[in-house]
Write a protein that binds this ligand. Structure first.
Ligand code: AMP
Length: 192
Protein backbone atom coordinates (compact mmCIF):
# COMPACT_ATOMS: atom_id res chain seq x y z
CA UNK A 1 0.00 0.00 0.00
CA UNK A 2 1.38 3.45 -0.93
CA UNK A 3 2.08 5.73 2.02
CA UNK A 4 1.34 9.44 1.69
CA UNK A 5 4.36 11.80 2.02
CA UNK A 6 4.95 13.40 5.40
CA UNK A 7 4.19 17.11 4.91
CA UNK A 8 4.83 18.09 8.49
CA UNK A 9 8.62 18.04 8.59
CA UNK A 10 10.77 21.03 9.59
CA UNK A 11 11.97 21.27 5.96
CA UNK A 12 8.44 21.41 4.49
CA UNK A 13 7.41 23.95 7.15
CA UNK A 14 10.48 26.07 6.29
CA UNK A 15 9.70 26.02 2.55
CA UNK A 16 6.04 26.81 3.16
CA UNK A 17 6.88 29.72 5.49
CA UNK A 18 9.35 31.20 2.97
CA UNK A 19 6.77 30.87 0.19
CA UNK A 20 3.98 32.42 2.29
CA UNK A 21 6.23 35.34 3.28
CA UNK A 22 7.20 36.07 -0.32
CA UNK A 23 3.56 35.78 -1.45
CA UNK A 24 2.38 38.18 1.26
CA UNK A 25 5.06 40.74 0.40
CA UNK A 26 4.23 40.38 -3.29
CA UNK A 27 0.52 40.99 -2.74
CA UNK A 28 0.66 43.65 -0.04
CA UNK A 29 3.72 45.77 -0.80
CA UNK A 30 6.04 47.18 1.81
CA UNK A 31 7.43 50.41 3.16
CA UNK A 32 11.17 50.34 2.86
CA UNK A 33 13.86 52.78 4.03
CA UNK A 34 17.07 53.00 2.05
CA UNK A 35 20.31 54.80 2.84
CA UNK A 36 22.11 56.42 -0.09
CA UNK A 37 25.67 57.74 -0.07
CA UNK A 38 28.29 59.12 -2.43
CA UNK A 39 31.76 60.61 -1.98
CA UNK A 40 33.12 60.66 -5.53
CA UNK A 41 32.40 63.01 -8.42
CA UNK A 42 29.27 65.20 -8.39
CA UNK A 43 27.75 63.83 -5.20
CA UNK A 44 24.43 65.70 -5.50
CA UNK A 45 23.98 64.48 -9.08
CA UNK A 46 24.86 60.92 -8.02
CA UNK A 47 22.23 60.87 -5.26
CA UNK A 48 19.63 62.45 -7.60
CA UNK A 49 20.39 59.88 -10.32
CA UNK A 50 20.04 56.97 -7.88
CA UNK A 51 16.73 58.36 -6.57
CA UNK A 52 15.44 58.60 -10.16
CA UNK A 53 16.39 54.99 -10.77
CA UNK A 54 14.60 53.91 -7.58
CA UNK A 55 11.36 55.18 -9.13
CA UNK A 56 11.46 52.13 -11.43
CA UNK A 57 11.41 49.84 -8.39
CA UNK A 58 8.59 51.44 -6.44
CA UNK A 59 7.09 54.73 -5.37
CA UNK A 60 9.53 57.18 -3.82
CA UNK A 61 7.35 58.62 -1.05
CA UNK A 62 9.89 60.81 0.77
CA UNK A 63 13.48 61.89 0.46
CA UNK A 64 15.38 63.40 3.40
CA UNK A 65 17.62 66.42 3.16
CA UNK A 66 21.11 65.74 1.89
CA UNK A 67 23.76 65.60 4.64
CA UNK A 68 27.51 66.03 4.39
CA UNK A 69 28.99 63.37 6.62
CA UNK A 70 32.38 62.48 7.96
CA UNK A 71 33.63 59.06 6.78
CA UNK A 72 33.57 56.34 9.44
CA UNK A 73 35.73 53.19 9.65
CA UNK A 74 38.07 54.09 6.75
CA UNK A 75 38.52 57.80 7.47
CA UNK A 76 41.20 58.84 4.92
CA UNK A 77 38.71 59.68 2.19
CA UNK A 78 36.47 62.61 1.21
CA UNK A 79 33.32 63.41 3.19
CA UNK A 80 30.16 61.68 1.96
CA UNK A 81 26.82 63.06 0.93
CA UNK A 82 24.04 60.92 2.42
CA UNK A 83 20.26 60.80 2.44
CA UNK A 84 17.46 58.39 3.29
CA UNK A 85 14.63 57.46 0.93
CA UNK A 86 11.23 56.05 1.86
CA UNK A 87 10.05 53.68 -0.86
CA UNK A 88 6.81 51.73 -1.26
CA UNK A 89 7.50 48.58 -3.22
CA UNK A 90 5.99 45.20 -4.02
CA UNK A 91 9.44 43.69 -4.49
CA UNK A 92 10.65 40.96 -2.16
CA UNK A 93 13.77 41.76 -0.10
CA UNK A 94 15.89 39.64 -2.43
CA UNK A 95 14.51 41.37 -5.52
CA UNK A 96 15.09 44.77 -3.92
CA UNK A 97 18.70 43.90 -3.06
CA UNK A 98 19.29 42.72 -6.64
CA UNK A 99 17.76 45.96 -7.95
CA UNK A 100 19.93 48.25 -5.80
CA UNK A 101 23.09 46.32 -6.62
CA UNK A 102 22.15 46.71 -10.31
CA UNK A 103 21.70 50.48 -9.84
CA UNK A 104 25.16 50.72 -8.23
CA UNK A 105 26.67 48.75 -11.09
CA UNK A 106 24.87 50.65 -13.85
CA UNK A 107 25.91 53.96 -12.33
CA UNK A 108 29.51 52.84 -12.66
CA UNK A 109 30.45 51.84 -9.15
CA UNK A 110 33.61 49.77 -9.02
CA UNK A 111 34.31 47.67 -5.93
CA UNK A 112 37.95 48.42 -5.36
CA UNK A 113 38.70 49.09 -1.71
CA UNK A 114 36.33 47.79 0.99
CA UNK A 115 34.73 50.73 2.87
CA UNK A 116 36.62 53.06 0.52
CA UNK A 117 35.43 55.94 -1.71
CA UNK A 118 32.37 55.21 -3.79
CA UNK A 119 30.35 56.88 -6.52
CA UNK A 120 27.14 55.53 -5.08
CA UNK A 121 26.16 53.20 -2.25
CA UNK A 122 22.65 51.96 -1.52
CA UNK A 123 21.73 50.00 1.61
CA UNK A 124 18.44 48.58 2.81
CA UNK A 125 17.87 49.90 6.34
CA UNK A 126 14.36 48.64 7.09
CA UNK A 127 12.01 46.45 5.12
CA UNK A 128 8.60 46.86 6.75
CA UNK A 129 8.94 45.11 10.10
CA UNK A 130 10.83 42.18 8.61
CA UNK A 131 13.87 40.73 10.28
CA UNK A 132 16.04 38.99 7.70
CA UNK A 133 19.31 37.15 8.14
CA UNK A 134 20.08 35.34 4.94
CA UNK A 135 23.25 34.91 2.97
CA UNK A 136 24.07 38.32 1.52
CA UNK A 137 21.23 40.24 3.20
CA UNK A 138 20.74 41.40 6.78
CA UNK A 139 17.75 43.60 7.65
CA UNK A 140 17.53 45.81 9.62
CA UNK A 141 20.94 46.90 8.38
CA UNK A 142 23.34 45.66 11.09
CA UNK A 143 25.11 49.01 11.58
CA UNK A 144 22.20 51.43 11.15
CA UNK A 145 21.70 52.07 14.87
CA UNK A 146 25.35 53.18 15.26
CA UNK A 147 25.53 55.59 12.36
CA UNK A 148 24.65 59.24 12.63
CA UNK A 149 24.75 59.59 8.83
CA UNK A 150 21.87 57.07 8.71
CA UNK A 151 19.87 58.00 11.82
CA UNK A 152 19.84 61.78 11.33
CA UNK A 153 18.19 61.67 7.87
CA UNK A 154 15.97 58.74 8.93
CA UNK A 155 14.78 60.60 12.03
CA UNK A 156 14.11 63.65 9.84
CA UNK A 157 11.61 61.85 7.59
CA UNK A 158 10.40 59.04 9.88
CA UNK A 159 11.04 59.84 13.55
CA UNK A 160 8.48 57.28 14.76
CA UNK A 161 9.55 54.34 12.60
CA UNK A 162 10.59 51.49 14.89
CA UNK A 163 13.61 49.22 14.67
CA UNK A 164 11.97 45.77 14.83
CA UNK A 165 14.78 44.18 16.84
CA UNK A 166 15.94 47.00 19.14
CA UNK A 167 12.34 48.20 19.49
CA UNK A 168 13.32 51.87 19.59
CA UNK A 169 12.19 54.56 17.19
CA UNK A 170 14.57 56.26 14.76
CA UNK A 171 14.44 59.41 16.89
CA UNK A 172 15.28 57.50 20.08
CA UNK A 173 18.22 55.75 18.41
CA UNK A 174 19.46 59.06 16.99
CA UNK A 175 19.19 60.79 20.39
CA UNK A 176 21.12 57.94 22.04
CA UNK A 177 24.14 58.29 19.72
CA UNK A 178 27.41 59.35 21.33
CA UNK A 179 28.88 62.68 20.25
CA UNK A 180 31.18 62.70 17.24
CA UNK A 181 30.59 61.66 13.61
CA UNK A 182 30.35 65.02 11.83
CA UNK A 183 27.03 65.42 10.03
CA UNK A 184 25.75 68.71 8.61
CA UNK A 185 22.73 69.41 6.49
CA UNK A 186 23.60 70.56 2.98
CA UNK A 187 22.29 74.04 2.24
CA UNK A 188 21.87 73.78 -1.55
CA UNK A 189 18.48 73.10 -3.11
CA UNK A 190 17.83 69.59 -4.35
CA UNK A 191 16.13 68.99 -7.68
CA UNK A 192 13.58 66.35 -6.65
P1 AMP B 1 28.44 47.54 0.50
O1 AMP B 1 28.25 47.97 -0.91
O2 AMP B 1 29.83 47.58 0.99
O3 AMP B 1 27.44 48.25 1.40
O4 AMP B 1 28.02 45.98 0.54
C1 AMP B 1 26.99 45.54 -0.28
C2 AMP B 1 26.71 44.08 -0.01
O5 AMP B 1 26.31 43.91 1.34
C3 AMP B 1 25.56 43.58 -0.89
O6 AMP B 1 26.06 42.97 -2.04
C4 AMP B 1 24.81 42.65 0.01
O7 AMP B 1 25.06 41.31 -0.32
C5 AMP B 1 25.33 42.89 1.41
N1 AMP B 1 24.25 43.32 2.32
C6 AMP B 1 23.89 42.69 3.45
N2 AMP B 1 22.88 43.32 4.06
C7 AMP B 1 22.57 44.40 3.28
C8 AMP B 1 21.61 45.45 3.38
N3 AMP B 1 20.74 45.52 4.42
N4 AMP B 1 21.57 46.38 2.39
C9 AMP B 1 22.45 46.32 1.35
N5 AMP B 1 23.39 45.38 1.20
C10 AMP B 1 23.45 44.41 2.16
Amino acid sequence: MATSPNLDTPFVRFIWKAFAQDLKLYLVGKTVYLSLGSNLGDRVANLEAAIDRLRAIGEVVRVSSFYETEPVEFTAQPWFLNCVVKLETDKTPKQLLAAIVRIEREMGRRRTQKKGPRLIDLDILLFGTSVIKSQGLTVPHPAMHERRFVLEPLAEIAPAVRHPVLEHTARELWEALPAGQGVRKLKVEKNH
